[in-house]
Design a protein around this ligand. Structure first.
Ligand code: FAD
Length: 286
């Protein structure tokens, strides 16, 4: 099923994101994660694609296929283009088709200063056009409630987002944020600009201080005082920080659902315990 077909029934959907295990870990560890996530009834699970883009790496494809066919849950495979040629992308699309993967989150990918980008695709919108020309996949794109870091300003970023939707993105998943007002402001501007596809809000629960600091430095999400206080108070107590992080994410999600957002995309960090606590707390609201 195409992800864009899951919306429009006046309900908020809940979806998950997982990442393939690191190269040093056995690939099978992802199945322990999925075993823990399967009974939480996500609308779909998306699987990230390694930065640096390796056409020969079929891990994302294999995991997205297993989610759909072994676990019976719809899936989406992330795909980045900055380090891939047209030929590489055609090969990957062929793999997706062969594995029965129906949905793709089409991304540019981060530009690594040590790896010169390939020339075929400059922006995600070009990848989206190419995917549309070469298959019948459901296509999603990424959006940034606080603006993308490369972007001069929010207006420019939203106009670029509109190009992505015009190219064929039927659904958007947002970057993580900790201040819901950033998401509501973005949503208002995006709708005014004519971005009329379903937009899911990206929520990342804090599970440990280091990982959240790394994520925030990479994506530039702003930290409300309420959040910073929580991190400071519990930084030396991992269990308390985890529980406070779960409570913070639930609070954000309850507010988002009450405001009628299209969907919540939960960055599970491959942690079924945390995903379970959050999903169970909000399941009656969906
Ligand atoms: P684009 O949409 O191409 O935008 C990139 C920048 O270019 C923006 O500043 C935009 O305003 C600007 N721009 C776009 N079009 C134009 C235009 N026509 N003219 C001028 N400027 C333009 N990365 C991974 O490596 N693997 C993943 O699995 C992954 N998953 C992600 C999932 C989500 C939900 C999100 C939000 C991000 C994810 N990323 C992932 C990170 C993403 O690859 C980076 O944020 C990347 O820097 C931008 O990708 P994009 O697809 O948003 O790029």
């Amino acid at each position: 099923m195409k992800i864009s077909e899951m919306f429009g029934k006046g309900k908020t959907i809940l979806s998950f994101e997982v990442f393939p295990p690191k190269k040093t870990m056995p690939v099978d560890t992802i199945y322990e994660t999925l075993d823990g996530l399967k009974d939480l009834n996500p609308a779909f699970i998306s699987v990230t694609y390694g930065a640096g883009g390796n056409a020969a790496d079929r891990t994302t494809c294999e995991i997205a296929s297993a989610i759909k066919h072994k676990y019976g849950i719809e899936s989406a495979a992330h795909l980045t283009c900055v380090n891939n040629s047209r030929e590489d992308i055609l090969k990957i699309l062929g793999d997706f088709k062969e594995c029965g993967v129906e949905n793709i989150l089409a991304l540019r990918g981060d530009i690594n200063p040590n790896v010169p980008p390939k020339d075929d695709f400059k922006y995600a919108s070009e990848l989206i056009t190419f995917i549309k020309e070469n298959g019948s996949f459901g296509i999603s794109g990424a959006c940034y409630p606080e603006g993308h870091l490369d972007s001069e300003n929010m207006v420019e970023d939203i106009l670029n987002l509109k190009k992505k939707v015009d190219a064929g993105a039927e659904h958007l998943m947002s970057q993580l944020f900790f201040d819901n007002s950033c998401f509501y402001n973005f949503l208002e501007k995006a709708r005014i600009a004519g971005v009329n596809v379903p937009i899911e809000a990206g929520i990342m629960p804090v599970t440990n201080k280091k990982s959240i600091e790394r994520m925030v430095s990479m994506c530039g999400a702003s930290l409300p005082p309420k959040f910073t206080k929580m991190m400071q108070r519990y930084e030396n107590n991992p269990e308390a920080l985890r529980d406070a992080g779960i409570a913070y994410a639930i609070d954000q999600i309850v507010d988002l659902i009450s405001n009628g957002v299209d969907g919540i995309h939960l960055y599970t960090m491959n942690n079924p315990y945390v995903a379970g606590k959050i999903s169970n707390a909000v399941s009656s609201l969906l």
